[in-house]
Design a protein around this ligand. Structure first.
Ligand code: PLP
Length: 404
């Protein structure tokens, strides 16, 4: 039997809740299920306000609008992340200033942020990679001292904490994803969290196509109209109905994922002790929501061989995130880069198989930890229905690769 990399888990009630939403007669957004989901997240995680969105990408777009990003403003983000973390700001005309990852995990390195701040900097975007918290006290302190906003990309970070505080509740704004690859899912879906009360009124308006319709529905105004920019960021009731079935099973899903994560970690410890690979590190200030289980290989060549070995044994593993600072878009769009990242050069890169290819790079922009994760990090199968036997099969296959 093949072991896939991911398998979306259905709790069993999704279709029933969607049926109820369909026959309730209220199909559009901001109905019963939307509000149930939002209230759940606010109560459980202490978000000042939560708004369901059609994706995390859309939540990030709302955040970029709320931060009032204008062309030329600078946004500091890690380069080892998904495109959406920065795309939302690029659409508002921001210049993206990429920061390197930490040595012992892929999160943004707080020691390297301050040197990137200029008078044009407006926002820092910490991405909680694998649901493991960035060092938020350090980041919030830097932001406060330089009068910057913090937008947490918590796409992977549902039910994860930093020093007892839920991720997504610490920055001025936070963004979650319920894409089918995440811990709890709605197919496509997301959540914007608003922790700074200054943004609450405007967030509802942007969410509702630039109108004050939410105030009208609450009876606070007697007519509503066009008052601001915005879009149709709110999902239909069907999405929230699906998500509600997942929310009801959140603890069960999290418990199982953490068991699997620990099983992988224990099973691969010997290889880590031998120096064959590096296991993920959860800092003392962070909890583990078991979104991803990854290993870091010693080289791109070894990772490529390991992926092949696993595939030959019917196990699908994946790498992700090519460094964004070397992407086709960033290297060809100087308007979205800061002033000190103007020049590009073509560099001959020797691949692991000995071939040489030309790569366009930005002169002086060297993010070695990011590049190392891009080359060497490998994600192993991780989903609710993965059995202990399958998990052991993956572990044995990796042991077989390194020590036969
Ligand atoms: C999944 C993910 C996103 C995008 O989420 P969507 O809901 O698919 O828009 C953004 N950032 C990170 C770090 C992600 O992992």
């Amino acid at each position: 039997m093949k072991i896939p990399f991911n398998k979306p888990f259905l709790t069993g009630n999704e279709a029933e809740y969607i049926r109820q939403a369909v026959y309730s007669g209220k199909l559009s957004g901001n109905g019963v299920y939307t509000r149930k989901c939002q209230k759940f997240f606010e109560d459980r995680y202490g978000f000042r306000k939560a708004l369901m969105t059609t994706s995390c990408t859309d939540a990030l777009e709302m955040a970029a609008i709320l931060c009032d990003i204008k062309p030329g403003d600078e946004v500091i983000a890690p380069s080892y992340t998904f495109v959406s973390s920065v795309l939302a700001f690029v659409r508002q005309g921001a210049r993206i200033v990429f920061c390197d990852s930490c040595k012992d995990n892929p999160d943004i390195d707080p020691d390297k942020i301050e040197a990137l701040i200029t008078p044009k900097t407006k926002v820092i975007v910490p991405v909680h990679y694998a649901g493991v918290a960035c060092d938020m006290d350090r980041i919030m302190d830097i932001a406060a001292r330089h009068n910057l906003l913090v937008v947490e990309d918590a796409a992977q970070a549902i039910d994860s904490y930093y020093k007892g505080r839920a991720l997504g509740s610490i920055g001025h704004l936070g963004c979650f994803s319920f894409h089918e690859t995440k811990n709890i899912i709605a197919g496509e879906g997301g959540l914007l969290t608003i922790n700074d009360p200054r943004f609450i009124r405007r967030s509802e308006i942007i969410w509702e196509k630039g109108t004050n319709r939410s105030e009208f529905f609450r009876g606070e105004v007697n007519k509503y109209g066009w008052v601001d920019t915005g879009s149709s960021f709110l999902p239909s009731e069907l999405i929230s109905a699906f998500l509600w079935a997942q929310i009801e099973n959140l603890d069960m899903i999290q418990t199982r994922r953490k068991e699997l994560w620990l099983r992988y970690h224990a099973g691969l410890q010997e290889l880590a002790d031998k120096g064959c690979l590096t296991l993920p590190v959860i800092p003392d200030y962070a909890t583990n929501n078991a979104h991803i289980f990854y290993v870091v290989c010693r080289s791109l060549k070894e990772r490529t061989a390991l992926i092949r070995h696993l595939k030959d044994n019917d196990i699908l593993s994946v790498f992700h995130y090519l460094s964004l600072h070397k992407s086709a878009f960033y290297t060809t769009h100087p308007d979205f880069r800061p002033d000190n990242c103007r020049d590009v050069e073509t560099v001959a890169v020797t691949n692991f198989d000995g071939t040489v290819t030309d790569e366009v790079q930005i002169v002086g922009l060297d993010l070695p930890e990011c590049d190392r994760y891009a080359d060497c990090l490998l994600r192993l199968p991780m989903y609710y229905e993965l059995t202990d036997q399958e998990c052991d099969q993956v572990i044995d296959c990796i042991r077989d690769f390194f020590i036969g």
